[in-house]
Design a protein around this ligand. Structure first.
Ligand SMILES: [Zn+2]
Length: 573
């Protein structure tokens, strides 16, 4: 069968009440699964000005109907538009600047929709593509660890639906540029849902229309969303809202959409919004999307940093630190991920390392050093050190998250966090937070209205650290970000001398100062050439790095990880 026949057949099958897709169905191509990576000249030629996205959500068939109107400015002369769109969403019509194209003008064999323009678009000129499509989008197996549609039911049997797209990308359900710099400047959403359901989404609510058939259409507008931040959420939600008076003088609307029957838990979670905002605004700077909202929606999957409509699925879990880590982590991404976005997946520790460091930092803000230390220790045990945090090349999402594709996997979270903890101890709070603020806002004095979402990189962050300290910390980042193994502090005690020396992967300089406690008295040993010899009484009790300021090799943790791995392999008794 030709492709077109296949498409016709699949459309017919859908019309004849096809069985609902199972988890992982329908299959997606390698192209759709891929997100980011090296861009073609054709892709970098597009400046994405706006996307107007209309969705009809059809829970009965677990399908979507879509009309996407995308406007681009040509950076160079264009003859084709290369758009990412899963081929499970066949295109039925395309119009360019209002003129319908013949169906021979586009192809989408593998999930890369190529539209041949009726006439070339000159550099600097705009072009608008209106793309009509419909189909059964891929159903996630284990969102958010993989991606796709999450079709679920509330406890009382009503539709509860969400999307996640961080890994496989926006092309799972709308035509987009599936790489981190593919952010449209503005996105307008029109989400049509069955009667009685709501569709909270990104940005500002423009209005809700009631259609003649009783369905409602939810219209939203958001600026500079991350490509994977655009999210559909549908359910019989109830809503709590309020206004936060910011220390920067502005007001921030806050909204939480939750399932019926959970009001007490929902109110407790909502009560965390204001103090969490105060923490971030005090430590980092203004909430980046104050002119839209702080939005959270309860989802049938764990969570995701969907800009201004964060997914929350932590089931109101309770923990000794007294706040919801998942709500906190996803909100951290509004600063580290959505305001500051890594232009290359290789630098995603900027999202996840900072995002993960913010929870212990909030523990410290609320309760002091002991809570901070306890939360940092929880993050220490899973650090694997199998691959460097960055590979210093343009990568796809999978090449970061999957170990067998060269990625550091979860080390971008906790090793990133511990690297930041170590850096903060090394350069001090003032320099650490100044460099962080520069990375997030691109300026030292962020105020509401004087910044926009921006793209950053590891190299840029290292430059900000150099700028605020006046020193080069290349030796530090070389070891923690560009080597897999941790620095190892070797201690040798003979008679009344204690010799300390750093052994680091790569063998470079590592002048990392170390605190040493001798009979209860702490001194800082400079370790200028990566080593030092101290005179200490032979009988003295010594504790190295008593406040655990430094991420370094721990044989205890290596042995624990090996033991756990061996236990996991044992057959059940
Ligand atoms: Zn995260």
């Amino acid at each position: 069968m030709t492709l077109r026949l296949l498409l016709a057949a699949s459309t017919l099958a859908l019309a004849a009440a096809a069985p609902l897709p199972k988890k992982g169905e329908p299959a997606i191509t390698a192209q759709t699964q891929r997100s980011g990576g090296v861009l073609t000249a054709e892709q970098t030629a597009l400046q994405f000005d706006s996307a107007d996205l209309a969705f009809e959500v059809l829970p009965e068939t677990q399908s979507l109907n879509g009309v996407a109107t995308l406007t681009f400015t040509a950076r160079v002369r264009l003859t084709r538009l290369p758009i990412d769109l899963d081929r499970n969403l066949p295109v039925s019509a395309i119009a360019i600047d209002g003129t319908p194209l013949p169906s021979s003008a586009w192809t989408n064999p593998e999930g890369r929709l190529i539209i041949t323009l009726p006439k070339p678009v000159a550099a600097g000129k705009r072009v608008t593509a209106r793309i009509t499509y419909a189909g059964t989008p891929h159903v996630a197996v284990r969102a958010p660890w993989d991606d796709g549609m999450v079709w679920s039911k509330t406890p009382d049997g009503r539709t509860w639906f969400a999307t996640t797209a961080e890994g496989y990308g926006c092309d799972l359900f709308w035509p987009c540029l599936d790489f981190p710099t593919g952010e449209p400047a503005v996105v307008t959403l029109h989400i049509t849902v069955p009667p009685g359901l709501k569709a909270p989404s990104n940005g500002v609510l423009l209005g809700v229309d009631t259609l003649p058939d009783g369905r409602t259409r939810w219209n939203w507008r958001t600026k500079h969303p991350n490509t994977y931040a655009i999210a559909l959420n549908v359910g019989p939600y109830e809503e709590i809202s309020g206004t936060y008076k910011s220390r920067f003088g502005n007001s921030i609307p806050m909204h939480y959409w939750y399932l019926p029957g959970e009001k007490p838990q929902a109110e407790k979670l909502f009560a965390e919004f204001a103090p969490t905002l105060d923490f971030f605004e005090s430590m980092i700077g203004p909430y980046p999307f104050a002119d839209e909202k702080l939005g959270v929606v309860e989802t049938p999957h764990k969570g995701m940093e969907h800009q201004t409509i964060n997914a929350y699925g932590n089931e109101y879990a309770k923990a000794p630190e007294g706040f919801d880590w998942l709500f906190h982590h996803e909100l951290a991404h509004e600063w580290f991920g959505n305001q500051l976005t890594a232009a290359n997946w290789d630098d995603y520790w900027l999202h996840e390392g900072f995002g993960s460091y913010m929870q212990p930092l909030y523990g410290e803000w609320r309760e002091g050093r002991a809570r901070y230390a306890a939360m940092m220790q929880t993050q220490r045990a899973p650090i694997m050190n199998l691959k460097p945090i960055t590979q210093q090349r343009v990568t796809t999402e999978e090449e970061v998250y999957e170990l067998d594709k060269g990625g550091a996997g979860q080390d971008i979270y906790y090793k990133g966090s511990w690297m930041l903890h170590t850096l903060r101890g090394l350069i001090g709070d003032a320099a650490f937070f100044d460099a962080t603020r520069l990375a997030v806002y691109g300026r030292p004095d962020p105020k509401p209205g004087n910044f926009k979402p921006r793209f950053g990189s590891t190299k840029e962050f290292e430059g900000f650290v150099r700028q605020v300290t006046g020193k080069d910390y290349g030796w530090f980042f070389d070891v923690y970000l560009r080597q897999a193994a941790l620095p190892d502090l070797i201690e040798r005690r003979t008679g009344n001398t204690l010799a300390l020396s750093w052994i680091v992967p790569g063998g470079g300089a590592f002048p990392m100062p170390v605190e040493v406690q001798v009979d209860g008295k702490t001194q800082t040993v400079p370790m200028t050439d990566g080593k030092a010899t101290l005179t200490v009484p032979a009988t003295a009790h010594i504790v190295i790095d008593p406040d655990a300021r430094i991420l370094r090799r721990s044989i205890a943790i290596e042995e624990m990880q090996a033991w756990k791995a061996a236990q996991a392999k044992r057959p059940p008794s």
